[in-house]
Design a protein around this ligand. Structure first.
Ligand SMILES: C[S@@+](CC[C@H](N)C(=O)[O-])C[C@H]1O[C@@H](n2cnc3c(N)ncnc32)[C@H](O)[C@@H]1O
Length: 234
């Protein structure tokens, strides 16, 4: 028999649609407030030692929707910078009435975040991912259900990540295009033979984003544990 072939491209669109549409009305109702707060964070650039890129509007919406959908209790983040991604994840959880706790590090910057969220944000300024993961492990913390990577993971990170994440943790990666760091991070997951448990969800396409009123691009991809994919009757 001929199998039914589903491309990663088709699967990715379906998965983003489910994630975007779970609480769309509620998220849209808060949209202006969300983007106003996000814009205010640009002012923090003036205090940056390493003034680099932040996430796009579409990527912020992807992170907001993903944390609102998955409702993780604990999140790891690599690459705080001016905190746009941290804010998107925290606010998405707040809107789901599911307070989260986000541990976020940045190797090059020491920017103080004062985010208008009820979720907890624990910053590790001037700290590498490896050092943050070690510090978290030394505090006896584990069972993180989500990780956002907007930095370059190091070889020493992988054994620590394995200990800190739950088996069904969702991993979001920025800059998943070309030969950028998101792709490098996925390759490194592959090199650690950890990729076979995940489905790679590609960043949403521009046409898809346009339908929701977004006109820039997103490079946010997801490593979605295959066990989180379920077929339903309806
Ligand atoms: C693109 S910026 C992050 C933007 C941020 N997510 C935002 O929304 O504003 C990437 C940051 O990650 C940091 N970084 C890169 N690799 C890192 C690592 N392995 N550990 C800690 N920080 C890292 C860099 O210093 C840089 O400030």
């Amino acid at each position: 028999m001929v199998p039914v072939y589903l491309s990663y491209k088709i699967m990715s669109e379906v998965i983003w649609k489910k994630i975007f549409e779970k609480s769309l009305h509620e998220l849209y109702g808060n949209r202006d407030n969300f983007f106003n707060e996000l814009k205010k964070l640009d002012a923090l650039r003036s205090g940056a030692e390493y003034n680099t890129g932040s996430i796009t509007t579409s990527s912020a919406w992807c992170l907001l929707s993903a944390s609102n959908y998955f409702m993780p209790k604990k999140v790891l983040e690599v690459g705080t910078f001016i905190g746009k991604s941290t804010y998107a994840i925290a606010h998405g959880s707040d809107l789901a009435l599911s307070k989260t706790s986000i541990h976020t590090c940045d190797l090059s910057n020491d920017i103080k975040l004062d985010l208008p969220v009820s979720s907890e944000v624990i910053c590790y300024p001037k700290t590498s991912s490896t050092d943050m993961f070690r510090a978290i492990q030394n505090q006896g913390l584990k069972d993180f259900e989500m990780m956002h990577v907007d930095g370059r993971l190091q070889a020493d990170d992988f054994p620590l990540i394995e200990k800190l994440l739950t088996d069904d943790a969702v991993i979001l990666l920025d800059d998943f295009e070309g030969i950028e760091k998101g792709v490098a991070n996925v390759f490194n997951f592959g090199a650690q033979k950890k990729l076979n448990k995940y489905l790679i969800v590609y960043p949403p396409e521009t046409d898809f984003l346009n339908k929701y009123g977004f006109h820039d691009c997103s490079t946010t991809s997801i490593l979605l544990p295959k066990q989180l994919l379920q077929l339903t009757a309806q």
